[in-house]
Write a protein that binds this ligand. Structure first.
Ligand SMILES: [Zn+2]
Length: 306
């Protein structure tokens, strides 16, 4: 069993390591331990027991709102289980994700095509529906009250997924960005793009990065994984790297389609080596990337472009 890991980020905000896949630093949940407790992300049901343990360890026995940035299984797969475990909670999600939490069958079936039925259970565990009357539908400009006059502001940020939202809180200056910007593991400032089908759209992603930068957050709360305290520089670098990936896939696919994801992986990892990142850092990004999906997402966007 992984040890409980909760980090105080100040201002009643805590980073709770959800120990996704039973490993440290794979998925960060963020908890506002305020009069109305708000938790951001819950992870899949397969590992949600680690989240429950961490919440219990810090004395959290009720949560007012669980808000998810988007409904990809590594972020929200356990939302229905969470709703059962915390019967007083509401589950916050963008309108375009809400129907998939109420009736997860379609989301499940499409993920099953990627991961296989056994893979689904091994990686994510089952999904339970969220009762419709427990949903809190969120959109641009929405506010989730924390109590004492504080609230979490909602930004609608399609790009990684069309139903993606991010959360900003003024007192801490925290912006919990889900997957909207990419992945950035601790102990380095490398932002690795996250470009899955069917929704990935680099123009939208870049647009959201600029909107997030315009809020001048004190830090970005990456879901994968943790706070980044140089948001302006990080967002700029993230945008540059994302376009480099798109341009590489466009050029490579035009030449030869065969083994595109393998060649993409080799190109990306060789690039990180050339930039001087240590091998263990590179291995970690590699391990957290499902390359066929990254290549497919970019190709899908390229092919749909008019
Ligand atoms: Zn995602």
């Amino acid at each position: 069993m992984p040890a409980v890991s909760v980090t105080d980020l100040g201002g009643d905000l805590y980073l709770v390591d959800a120990h996704l896949h039973d490993e440290a630093e794979r998925l960060a949940c963020y908890l506002f331990d305020t009069p109305n407790r708000v938790l951001i992300e819950c992870g899949p049901s397969r590992s949600i027991g680690h989240l429950y343990e961490a919440l219990a360890a810090i004395g959290v026995d009720d949560v007012a709102v669980l808000a998810v940035t988007h409904i990809h299984l590594d972020h929200a797969g356990g939302a229905g289980h969470f709703a059962q475990r915390f019967p007083g909670s509401r589950i916050g999600v963008h309108e375009q994700g809400a129907r998939h939490l109420i009736s997860p069958e379609r989301l499940w079936a499409s993920a099953e095509r990627i991961y296989t039925p056994q893979g689904m259970l091994d990686l994510w565990g089952t999904m339970e529906p969220v009762p419709a009357d427990r949903l809190l539908v969120l959109d641009e400009g929405g506010r989730i009250p924390l109590g004492n006059g504080r609230h979490v502001e909602v930004m609608y940020t399609p790009g990684h997924a069309r139903h993606h939202i991010v959360f900003y809180e003024a007192e801490t200056g925290a912006c919990m960005i889900g997957d909207s910007v990419g992945l950035a593991f601790p102990h380095g400032h490398l932002v690795h793009p996250n470009t899955p089908p069917p929704d990935f759209d680099p123009h939208l992603v870049a647009h959201q990065m600029r909107r997030i930068a315009a809020r001048s957050p004190a830090f970005l709360g990456f879901a994968h994984f943790g706070p980044d305290r140089t948001p302006a520089a990080t967002l700029e670098a993230a945008e540059r790297r994302m376009w480099a990936w798109v341009e590489w896939v466009e050029a490579a696919a035009a030449q030869d389609d065969a083994g595109l994801e393998t060649r993409m992986r080799e190109w990306v990892l060789a690039g990180y080596r050339a930039e001087g990142y240590p091998e263990e850092v590179i291995a970690r990004y590699d391990r957290n990337t499902y390359w066929p999906m990254q290549a497919a997402g970019i190709r899908r966007w390229l092919s749909g472009r008019s």
